[in-house]
Design a binder for this molecule. Structure first.
Ligand code: FNR
Length: 368
């Protein structure tokens, strides 16, 4: 029997319920990672290599979790990252995440490959609610330009260009489950026929341009005033190059372990990125985000201690949405908030500005 919502006490609980109640094809698409799924598992375990060095006797009566991301004030330092095909998990699709994000005053990143149309997701937001766009770059740059400029006109406040997917990874679980119900809006975005034999992911991604390169970035900076963030950066050299080409941020991410297996976790990369930025005095030139395997507020706190501006969370909200709809997403966000308030108190920090590298022991990370 399906547990009632109140029996979910942490984000992992939603995953367990979703696995039981979701259609097999949908579960396969959401839960799969590339190849042997080593990176997917590592994403969460990497956080287990970081320990706290809490401070005592700080006044932690009032905890303020708010911060800013790309200039937007948010109530808690995570955002709902872009995950394709929301209607596989819930007939209403991504707009449920829009409403959940609104309730908690956090930002939603809209995926190129959403099941709802882009405009539906924008229209589902309340006035003033901030959304970002995740972009898969089409081989046809006219289409890309149209998508980007439309997003800007509709009020999107950030353009996240996915750079870790010149070709979609092999997600074998997904390939095995005969995929049949891709949201129809996806086809219109790509403008191409869908080959379903390769699993959900590959079926809808044939329009993505594998020739995308650093040379294209100035073009993007020229067609929009939205801040540009590279999503899927995996080493310090590329973060430095991102600063040099003038983008506004990077997401240290391996696409939730769905692309290159044996890519390192975002938080592991973060630990090598921040010292290199600080060494050059560049840490204010770019905003650093991390995603992948964030399941506990302590994961968020660790990433912020190491210098991240915020973290993206993907699967847990998909699972909460698939199992319980909006109330599930609402509870998942509430749980994170409660966990975070408690752990901020226990670490001795009343607000996120106080989080800093002395509060974590990273000797367990492989960089040492
Ligand atoms: C994703 N992710 C993703 N990223 C992207 O840039 N474009 C996309 O269309 C998708 N689609 C997508 C679908 C599903 C089902 C998942 C699980 C993930 C990657 C996503 O933005 C993010 O990097 C990871 O999901 C973060 O890891 P967690 O939180 O899922 O562990």
């Amino acid at each position: 029997r399906m547990p009632i919502l109140e029996q979910c006490y942490n984000l992992m609980d939603f995953e367990a319920v979703a696995k039981n109640v979701m259609k097999k094809t949908a579960w396969a698409y959401y839960s799969s990672g590339a190849d042997d799924e080593i990176t997917m598992r590592e994403n969460h375990s990497a956080f287990h290599k970081i320990w706290f060095r809490p401070r005592i006797l700080q006044d932690v009566e009032h905890i303020d979790l708010s911060t800013t991301m790309l200039g937007t004030k948010v109530d808690i330092p995570f955002y709902v990252t872009a995950t394709a095909l929301g209607k596989l998990g819930n007939p209403e699709g991504e707009v449920i995440l829009t409403r959940g994000a609104r309730r908690h005053n956090v930002i939603q990143m809209i995926p190129t490959l959403a099941s709802c149309s882009f405009d539906e997701i924008i229209d589902a937001a309340e006035p003033g609610q901030v959304q970002w766009l995740q972009l898969y770059v089409n081989k046809n740059r006219d289409i890309t330009k149209r998508i980007v400029q439309h997003a800007e006109r509709r009020g999107c406040k950030g353009l996240f260009i996915t750079v870790d997917a010149p070709q979609l990874g092999r997600r074998e679980k997904d390939m095995r489950s005969k995929f049949s119900d891709v949201g129809s809006s996806v086809q219109s975005t790509s403008g191409e026929d869908v080959d379903r034999s390769q699993g959900a992911a590959r079926a809808i991604s044939s329009f993505i341009d594998p020739s995308l390169s650093w040379k294209d970035i100035p073009w993007f900076l020229g067609i929009t005033k939205m801040p540009i963030i590279l999503k899927g950066v995996q080493r310090v050299e590329d973060v430095l190059r991102a600063v040099e080409v003038g983008v506004h941020g990077v997401v240290l991410s391996n696409h939730g372990g769905r692309q290159l297996d044996f890519a390192r976790s975002g938080v592991e990369v973060l630990a090598e990125v921040m010292p290199a930025l600080r060494e050059r005095g560049w840490e204010k030139k770019i905003e650093i985000y991390v995603d992948g395997g964030v399941r506990r507020a302590t994961d968020i706190i660790k990433a912020l201690c190491l210098g991240a501006k915020g973290v993206g969370i993907g699967r847990p909200f998909l699972y909460a949405m698939s199992a319980y709809g909006l109330p599930g997403v609402d509870r998942a966000m509430n749980l994170l908030k409660q966990e975070m308030e408690m752990n901020m108190r226990l670490i001795g920090c009343a607000n996120v500005e106080e989080l800093n590298p002395t509060l974590v022991d990273t000797r367990g990370l492989s960089m040492h």
